[in-house]
Design a protein around this ligand. Sequence first.
Ligand code: CO
Length: 497
Amino acid sequence: MNIFLEEGEKNPLKIQDNTFRDGHQSLLATRMRTEDMIPIAEKMDDVGFWAMEVWGGATFDTMHRFLGEDPFDRIKTLKKYIKKTPFTMLLRGQNLVGYRNYADDVARLFVDKSCEAGMDIFRVFDALNDFRNFETVVERIKANGKHFQGTICYTLTERRMGGEIFNLDYYVKKAHEIQDMGADTLCLKDMAGIMSPFDISKIITALKKEISIPIHLHTHYTSGMASMVYLEAIKAGVDIVDTCLAPFALRTSQPAIEPIVATLYGTDRDPGIDLSTLLELGDYMETIAPRYRDFLDTHSMSVIDTGVLAHQVPGGMISNLVSQLKEAKALDRLPEVYKDVAVTRKEMGMPPLVTPTSQIVGVQSVLNVLFGRYKMVTNEIKDLAFGLYGKTPVPMDPDVRKKVLKGFKRGETPITCRAADFLEPELEGAREKIGDLAKDDFDLLIYAIYPTTGKQFLKWKYGLEEKPREVIGKTLEDIKKEDDDLALAMKNISKAK
Ligand code: CO
């Protein structure tokens, strides 16, 4: 393919918009409310995106827990305005939209009800790239006639792709596994933004020869390499990329769509998207963004995190490590924790660092630094060692595994079967426990996946308890009043001087 040709065969790049999911998840702690999406929903539908990402694990969690919104209602509502563009969601394999593997009956119902609510494309990933954790959800995605996008989590052990584990062969082999499972498209997911431009060029070139399904690239701008990564991927023939509207792009989010559209204008990969429409949509996003400004990380001048180029720890994981260490009044020990993350990750079989393995390894590393290595062990690290999240990319350190599993309630000998085969059905127990508070299967799922916060949400939903002030959230008027109050205070200070 000759990208810079202005004539010749056209192969338009397809673009997925992530503004309504990963954009505000990355920048604003997933706090964007449905009511702020509605005013531009129809215009977004007219842009010509390949798909719009509107849902995922953090969305489901944050909506019911912090926003008092029904996560299923968001899909149903947006679907009324967005009729042409398919919806896509990020599904954590057997983890669904939570942080552990759920039993098969919960997984089946979850996919069925998500389809019913209006989901079209399921981007399925597993934190260990153990695709046995796809089996149950994929069966239901296919049975509902929906699109299965199989995902490989991209990770490294070296400064660039290569080494013993995560080399080109690994990604090609994993891509074949996904194609063989009947995936409609393949996604390469670089959650930490550590993919480098010339590595992606190699991968896409190889995959284009090896597999026949379209290839979709997801990355984060975190390290500053993402725009270069996209350009190299586009030149190598990637089919689809993820972007956000500029106000919700860059920093730890996706690359912005506007410069990509301008870059490709008139080439054989021109996506054919109207730039002026994008600018209008961006203007709207600027008007609602102040409402969420309390969640924007403004602690540094730099909008990229150059540290990630060295330690390769994903952004979401860093903020968790920092808050844990702050709580323990030991923030000065962060460099030690970074070092321990590399060691613990290796001992635990080199999992990619993505939800939930990023949290599991991160929490254990903090404990290792504060109390001595594996002196205190979390239940999650025990489950991981036991095989309950699946098979790790390489075997765990046998001594560490033995130590971690000593006296473990589930047993000291790890399982090797598909993780969910070990789990008892959960749905009927949940149905009994929640009783009449769940009016339908949508409610039941909220409770089955998030028992504590889900139950609380259902009480708000049905008016049994009033939503607290912080759940109702700030309006733009509140923000304006804050600014006016600040301006007044400043004025008084200068007067007093
Ligand atoms: Co992402």
